[in-house]
Design a protein around this ligand. Structure first.
Ligand code: NAD
Length: 498
């Protein structure tokens, strides 16, 4: 840990916060208070204490932000050459890297995640801006052969004002994942971070301005989903919505988008299977399954929350998994233990409810299953790594996204059954496969209904690889060049020339 980061961690541990955290909306290039003066608190899940207040926005603030974004679309941003846009995005990435320590400590305090995970998220956010910086001047259209008498080609126009609704589990990286390609495509942005984690989106908007992004191009309005989020997605000035969150809210967002026929991408939940075949590299699979479910305390849309395992290795594999889970230390994210807290008391109660109902049904709880606190301080909202073993396919703990460190184990006897179990929920976000068999891996990749398949490395990939779900996990794709296309509108031009 470098000296600057150490100093910030000490400050946060001593005072519960760090100096200079943002607490107002960022609209039209500057921080502004909520029009009606509303304020809310954000909590440190690692202590359960509120540590900073921020603007509680509503429809008036959203309207001001959308107007700023509309005006910016007509300003110098419109005529900036794609190469210059790319250089600007690169400078934003440099600012993110230069502010990595502050961003990471703020993210840890706000979301509860371990400091090393937060640092990884910051590096990922910078890499996202770098990727799209390079893409700005390569986002070209087609020329369409109609014969010598005609000329036809397509233009990629910016979609317009884009709304970004961001969840609390990956506040900075989800913001960057939407904002960077939107800017690369020439759009303007109004982002609404989750009310549990407003800080890093605001910090990102300020860094964008410091890097030279014209005023109004990137705006952030904070507040609740009901007051600020709902006003943003139904605003007639918004041309594209990127929503990341729960299925229930995603359905509301679709309905709010319908009256203005606003296009949207929905990144919703998941109940993703990790399929482990008997011939796998056991060490590799153990590492993969552990990270898939316990990273970020299981609060990952693409968490591998179901272990679908060959019966012949089940007992020995789950024994070893249990030992590894029990060895994980819980603690405040700033101490960077094995696992941090979950995001809120209400969320912890929800997780605990799933496990106690499973216990009452007679499910074997191999480990965990009891809400707890930071063992060093007795504070905070923690839930230990938990394993529910040998569940039937229709069990609630198999079907529902628990969004916590709770692994549901299912057993199969052959590949066809593995596929049936893997596809046996309403979700289809991602899936993991562990096997040494090239053919089996690719049969599973072919037959599992999910937007992304990881083979022998869960979470494999990078910002360059498209990401998104099927069925109730949503539609549309973020990341990769797909995201750039999604923030663009194609205009076809056809002319008779002779
Ligand atoms: P949520 O749906 O409650 O909230 C997400 C965001 O939507 C927040 O910013 C919230 O303020 C806002 N919101 C709430 N009501 C709204 C409304 N009516 N109109 C507009 N915005 C509104 O979800 P959450 O509990 O914060 O996040 C957890 C969920 O998000 C999980 O289901 C998880 O799987 C999903 N998620 C998906 C991805 C993905 O990429 N697929 C990534 C992260 C999280």
């Amino acid at each position: 840990m470098n000296a600057g980061l150490q100093a910030l961690v000490r400050e946060a541990q001593a005072t519960g916060r760090i100096a200079g955290l943002p607490g107002q909306h960022f609209i039209d290039g500057r921080f502004v208070p909520a029009a009606r003066g509303g304020r809310m608190e954000t909590f440190d899940p690692g202590t359960g204490e509120a540590f900073v207040t921020f603007a509680a926005g509503d429809a008036d603030d959203v309207d001001a932000a959308v107007r700023a974004a509309q005006a910016a679309l007509r300003g110098p941003w419109r005529s900036m050459a794609p190469g210059d846009r790319g250089r600007l995005l690169w400078r934003i990435a440099e600012r993110i890297r230069a502010s990595a320590d502050r961003l990471a400590v703020a993210e840890t305090l706000d979301s509860g995640k371990r400091l090393s995970e937060a640092l990884g998220d910051v590096a990922g956010a910078a890499a996202t801006f770098e990727y799209y910086a390079g893409a700005c001047d390569k986002h070209q259209g087609d020329s369409i052969p109609l014969g010598t008498g005609h000329l036809a080609f397509t233009l990629n126009e910016p979609a317009g004002v884009t709304a970004h609704i961001i969840p609390w589990n990956y506040p900075l990286s989800t913001a960057a994942r939407g904002i960077a390609p939107a800017l690369a495509a020439g759009c303007t942005v109004v982002a609404k971070p989750a009310e549990q984690t407003p800080l890093t989106a605001l910090m990102l908007a300020e860094l964008c301005a410091q890097a030279g992004l014209p005023a109004g191009v990137c705006n952030v309005v904070t507040g609740t989903g009901a007051a600020a989020g709902a006003a943003l997605v139904r605003h007639p000035g918004v041309q594209h919505i990127s929503f990341t969150g729960s299925v229930a809210t995603g359905i509301d967002v679709m309905q709010a988008a319908a009256p203005h026929v606003t296009r949207l991408v929905l990144e919703l939940g998941g109940k993703s299977p990790v399929v482990v075949l008997a011939d796998c590299d056991i060490e590799q699979a153990l590492e993969g399954v552990l990270g898939a479910i316990y990273e970020n305390a299981g609060q990952i849309c693409s968490a591998g929350s179901r272990l679908v395992i060959a019966r012949e290795i089940h007992e020995v594999f789950v024994d070893r998994l249990q030992a590894r889970a029990e060895a994980m230390q819980l603690g405040h994210g700033l101490r960077d233990c094995g696992m941090g807290p979950v995001s809120s008391l209400a969320h912890r109660d929800r997780i605990a409810g799933y496990v106690s109902r499973a216990r009452a049904r007679g499910v074997r709880v191999r480990t965990g299953g009891q809400a707890c606190a930071d063992p060093q301080t007795g504070r905070g909202w923690f839930y230990p790594p938990t394993i529910l073993d040998d569940l039937p396919a229709l069990d609630e703990a198999v079907q529902d996204e628990i969004f916590g460190p709770v692994l549901a184990v299912q057993l199969f006897d052959d590949l066809a059954q593995a596929v049936a179990l893997a596809n046996g929920t309403a979700y289809g976000l991602v899936a993991g496969v562990y096997t040494r068999s090239f053919a089996a891996a690719h049969q599973l990749a072919r037959d599992i209904d999910a937007g992304q398949i990881f083979i022998n490395e869960y979470f494999a990939g990078s910002i360059a690889v498209p990401f998104g779900g099927n069925r109730r996990s949503g539609f549309g794709r973020e990341k990769g060049m797909e995201a750039l296309r999604s923030y663009s509108r194609i205009k076809s031009v056809a002319a008779r020339i002779s």
